[in-house]
Design a protein around this ligand. Structure first.
Ligand code: F6P
Length: 552
């Protein structure tokens, strides 16, 4: 994107058309739209179906959205990303995560250098290491088998692996349990260390930069724990690292054969398919991990090669733009009807909000329109019993994605009678919510049910809450890879329309710097002369006073 001339999307002819279309659509209900032909809003990609028919738009709106995509250069942006151009302008980097799941025959290059050999070299080393750990060839320092893997990382070095570990429950090796430590809150690592035995534990320190404070503090604590329990010489057998920063890893003391690299053209939140997925590979095995990559690759190919109007991530992204900029919706719920996808909303929060929470364009000029929405969610059916009331009858319109699978996993099906029937109930709930959110129930329909007059207004369901339904056959590694890639590309499409850089995250830096200053202030016990604002000085003084009082 940085290499293109920035356009103001609001200056595009299609933008004004879409504003008029939005007024037209507000006069139409989703219920009435559903009476027309909606087939053009159902797309199959990478063995998955994307049903956008419950969006509050019609063919004319989609045409104008495609025109907006063309006028803002979405196709050129896609080509630039796949070409390995430095689309992450503020960091001067390419964003070539698609190369991580490439076949050897796919030709991806950064600055003219093909990356396939490097990518496959690391992948093969990860596979060898994973096989060794899983087979017991790699053992702890005392000769015991590794039974527990602790991934220490945060943000993109945690959310993807933690989400995938849970999502792929059915494919895990029962002899290996993964744990995830991310928070600098000491409770996190203390809790995990209390569950594992040092002789049987492998720590993976995952950090692209190997400087992230939370990760380094937790990694040092884990290191001290191993040294204390097993001695200095045990580090080699009990630590692996995933990073782009070889020198820092070396200084930490991790054996070079246990270090798995990746590249600065992989953004943290786009890194699950890099060596950051090592814990996933240890849990599910190299073959399943390859299937995850294959699923992502299938979606990458669809995204790259399919015309905009038939392209699932493009339509997904354009629906998001439509809902954000023209239907004025500021939040978007992610509702997986799958307990195994419980961490998907958290994963997507980083992907969507760290990517598109921007208010300047790639050329530094301020946007004059809304960008990234707030993403949040929880699995159904639990969420139905907490926040769905607001989704249905709150004053704010919002959109949602409902994610379902046609069948339970094979192992769940094999676990006993009635599993498919129970899954039917799960999906019945998902479809019921998709229907009620979008179609609603009118005053007349409520009255016709015979409820007393005074209750009628309370039972009216406004509807017109747009819902996309994403369906896979079964939650397999392939399906998960395809789903994640679809979201990655949807985020990219939105950013391309908005002319923002989805690959940097400058907004998180200042907080880190200020926190580090406060840590210094605490060590020096200097509050009054610190550079903090008056309110924070007071809070810090109150904290220190209360802390000291509590410990005396
Ligand atoms: O929160 C900012 C961030 O840089 C994320 O983008 C990244 O995923 C996370 O910190 C962790 O970074 P690292 O992998 O370098 O430790």
């Amino acid at each position: 994107m940085s290499e293109r001339v920035t356009v103001d999307p609001t200056d595009c002819p299609s933008w004004s058309v879409l504003r008029t279309e939005a007024d037209r659509m507000r006069q139409k209900s989703i219920r009435s739209l559903l009476r027309g032909d909606r087939e053009f809003l159902r797309i199959n990609a990478a063995a998955m179906s994307f049903d956008f028919s419950r969006q509050r738009l019609d063919a004319a709106v989609v045409d104008s959205l495609i025109q907006l995509a063309e006028e803002t250069g979405v196709r050129q942006s896609i080509d630039a990303m796949f070409a390995g151009n430095r689309v992450n302008g503020t960091e001067g980097r390419a964003a070539l995560h698609v190369a991580l799941r490439s076949g050897l025959e796919d030709q991806y290059a950064v600055d003219g250098n093909e990356v396939a050999e490097d990518v496959h070299g690391v992948l093969e080393r990860m596979e060898t290491f994973a096989e060794e750990v899983r087979s017991g060839a790699h053992r702890g320092a005392t000769g015991e088998r590794i039974t527990d893997v602790v991934n220490i990382g945060i943000g993109g070095s945690d959310l993807g692996p933690a989400m995938a570990y849970q999502a792929l429950r059915a494919y895990r090796d029962p002899n290996i349990t993964c744990h995830f430590v991310s928070n600098v809150d000491p409770a996190d690592i203390i809790d995990v260390l209390s569950q594992v035995e040092p002789e049987q534990t492998l720590f993976i320190v995952a950090s692209k930069t190997f400087t992230t404070a939370e990760t380094m503090i937790n990694a040092q604590r884990a290191r001290a724990w191993i040294v204390d329990q097993l001695g200095d010489g045990a580090i080699g057998a009990h630590f692996a690292a995933v990073s782009t920063a070889e020198q820092h890893v070396h200084e930490f003391g991790i054996e070079p054969e246990n270090v798995f690299g990746f590249w600065n053209w992989v953004g943290g939140r786009y890194s699950l398919t890099s060596a950051v997925g090592l814990s996933t590979m240890l849990a599910v095995g190299p073959a399943c991990f390859r299937e995850l990559l294959d699923g992502a690759r299938a979606m990458d190919i669809h995204f790259r090669e399919t015309p905009l109007a038939d392209n699932a991530p493009v339509l997904m992204g354009l629906c998001a733009v439509w809902n954000r900029n023209f239907m004025q919706m500021s939040t978007s719920a992610v509702l997986p009807y799958s307990r195994d996808l419980a961490r998907l909303p958290a994963y997507l929060q980083q992907l969507t909000m760290e990517s598109n929470g921007k208010s300047v364009r790639v050329d530094g000029t301020p946007v004059t329109y809304d960008t990234g929405a707030v993403y949040w969610g929880e699995p159904g059916t639990n969420s139905q019993h907490s926040f769905f009331q607001l989704l249905h009858q709150g004053t704010e319109d919002l959109c949602s994605d409902i994610i379902i699978s046609a069948r339970p996993t094979a192992s769940d099906q094999a676990s006993g009678a009635g599993v498919v029937d129970q899954h039917d109930v799960l999906i019945a709930h998902a479809l019921a919510q998709a229907s009620v959110l979008s179609v609603g129930l009118t005053r007349g329909e409520v009255a016709a049910t015979g409820v007393s007059e005074d209750l009628v207004p309370h039972k009216v369901m406004p509807g017109n809450r747009p819902v996309s339904v994403i369906m896979m056959d079964v939650l397999t590694p392939f399906a998960l890879g395809a789903l994640l890639a679809a979201y990655e590309h949807s985020v990219f499409v939105q950013a391309s329309v908005w002319q923002i850089n989805p690959f940097d995250q400058w907004g998180v830096e200042l907080g880190k710097k200020v926190a580090s200053g406060i840590v210094d202030d605490i060590h020096r016990r200097q509050v009054e002369d610190s550079e903090l604002d008056p309110a924070t000085q007071k809070s810090l003084a109150a904290y220190l006073a209360r802390r000291d009082e509590a410990s005396s």
